[in-house]
Ligand binder design. Structure first.
Ligand code: CTP
Length: 447
């Protein structure tokens, strides 16, 4: 029996795929089709795939051409598969000509003619309306947005606005194809959604104005510094039929998401303690040290270490004590201790104090260790008493890491989902209540 193997994503299955599968099948007696796993596609930078792996496997199965379907999970798997399944021929479309010659060592490699004029990319582009996004606030953070949005399908950065007209003009000069706007109303006229990257204290007004204009909103973290305001804004978004999302990049990053599901699946037992830390020593002349602009470590960095705590332990803690070192009314260091019924968690943030920026989650069976900088991690370990059971996990963190939240924002909009599982509305609201507690100095101790 002659065995043939071929691989692909098979997103939005089309005639080109069917022709390729027929040609591959005709080369032998038994056809194995490898379909890429969602994580594998994401890791190789393919963030635009529309169908999930189950839908894509079903589509390939429905062609009736595959004798066996397998999932492609990692680089190098093709060699393993060829040996494991005793494959005689590796077949792939001619767009890959030459790229798989290295497999000749293991079996015959055949490049099959590709069907002209059709591809998943073309179908994705034509079947989906493009979401036009406007940037509000053209400072340092916003500079990262256009390149990150460009790798996500279904979104285009259309316009930019800043209270300082010169800033929006220079932004538009730097990123061609972006229209500078002289007012928010002008921007709203050009876009379906906004990305807000203004200073913290402007967020509430910016979000409310955009929601009232029925624009979807992705707002930089911390979204607002008051719990009631956060509640009001999420309610307003839903009543206006638009999505409001807090842009916490860690919440959407692949490694962090996998860590959360592993721990929720009980791999380290019951979680009893979480310690999360984040610090960055900055020039004290910057706006981060200006009390009038809501500067300080807690507002600047607090939402990142609060994320693993609220995601894994929930929002129903019994108490939260805050300890800060203040300089000119701004915290250069804050430590928070949250007491839960059967656990205790703490976090540390610093703009003027350096900490080891790692994350340790301790459980009854083992612990998770994520080295600094854990909040943009591509690696973590699960560790146990018996070190033979330790396991390391590796991922990819591409670019500035905003692409993952942009992708989720687009997904929520197209699927009309008001709350993302990655950062629930209630978690975002709780973060705002914690910022409020800090602001009002409740259970607060100066050190
Ligand atoms: N293929 C083909 N003819 C096409 C499109 C794809 O023969 N018009 C082949 C590819 O060469 C590959 C297989 O189908 O062997 C699966 O390709 P895949 O990458 O899933 O499809 P594309 O349509 O090329 O996807 P994309 O646009 O996302 O790259």
């Amino acid at each position: 029996m002659k065995k043939v193997i071929t691989y692909g994503t098979y997103d939005l299955l089309h005639q080109g795929h069917i022709n390729l599968l027929k040609r591959a099948k005709a080369l032998g007696d038994y056809l194995i089709v490898g379909v890429t796993n969602d994580n594998f596609d994401r890791d190789r930078g393919k963030l635009n795939v529309r169908n999930n792996v189950l839908e894509r496997v079903e589509a390939v199965k429905a062609t009736g051409l595959a004798d066996q379907i397998i999932i492609e999970d990692y680089i190098g798997q093709k060699i393993d598969d060829i040996q494991k399944y005793d494959v005689d021929i590796f077949a792939i479309g001619s767009d890959w000509e030459g790229k798989f010659d290295y497999l000749n060592e293991f079996c015959q490699v055949v490049y099959l003619p590709r069907t002209e004029g059709i591809s998943s990319t073309m179908l994705r582009d034509s079947s989906q309306e493009t979401l036009k996004v406007g940037i509000v606030g053209c400072g340092r953070v916003a500079q990262r947005f256009p390149s990150e949005a460009s790798v996500v399908s279904g979104i285009k950065v259309q316009a930019a606005y800043d209270t300082d007209i010169a800033a929006s003009d220079s932004f538009a000069q730097k990123f061609t194809d972006i229209t500078p706007c002289a007012s928010l109303d002008e921007l709203y006229g050009l876009v379906d959604a906004v990305y807000i990257a203004t200073p913290h204290l402007a967020h509430y007004g910016n979000i409310k104005s955009a929601l009232q204009a029925k624009k979807h909103v992705l707002c930089e973290t911390p979204m607002v510094l008051n719990g009631e305001e956060a509640k009001e804004l999420y309610k307003l978004a839903e009543s206006q039929g638009v999505i409001l999302m807090e842009a916490n990049k860690t919440a959407h990053c692949p490694a962090f998401n996998h860590l959360v599901v592993l721990i929720k699946s009980g791999l380290i037992g019951e979680v009893v303690d979480i310690e999360a830390s984040l610090s960055q020593l900055l020039d004290k002349k910057g706006r981060e040290f200006d009390a009038a602009q809501a500067g300080g470590a807690m507002f600047e960095q607090g939402s990142y270490p609060l994320l693993p705590i609220l995601k894994l332990m929930g929002i129903q803690y019994e108490s939260l004590e805050l300890f800060s070192r203040l300089e000119n009314d701004v915290d250069i260091y804050t430590k928070g201790v949250l007491r839960y019924p059967k656990a205790v968690c703490s976090f540390k943030v610093g703009l003027g104090v350096k900490t080891e920026g790692d994350l340790v989650i301790s459980g009854t069976k083992g612990y998770a260790y994520v080295p600094a900088p854990w909040w943009k991690t591509d690696y973590f370990e699960l560790r146990y008493e018996d070190q033979n059971n330790n396991k390391k996990f590796f991922y990819k963190w591409d670019g500035f890491g905003l692409r993952y939240e942009v992708q989720e924002f687009v997904r929520c909009i197209f699927n009309h989902r008001f709350s993302s599982a990655r950062l629930r509305r209630r978690e975002s609201i709780q973060m705002a209540f914690i910022m409020q507690q800090f602001n009002e100095k409740v259970n607060f101790h100066e050190i």
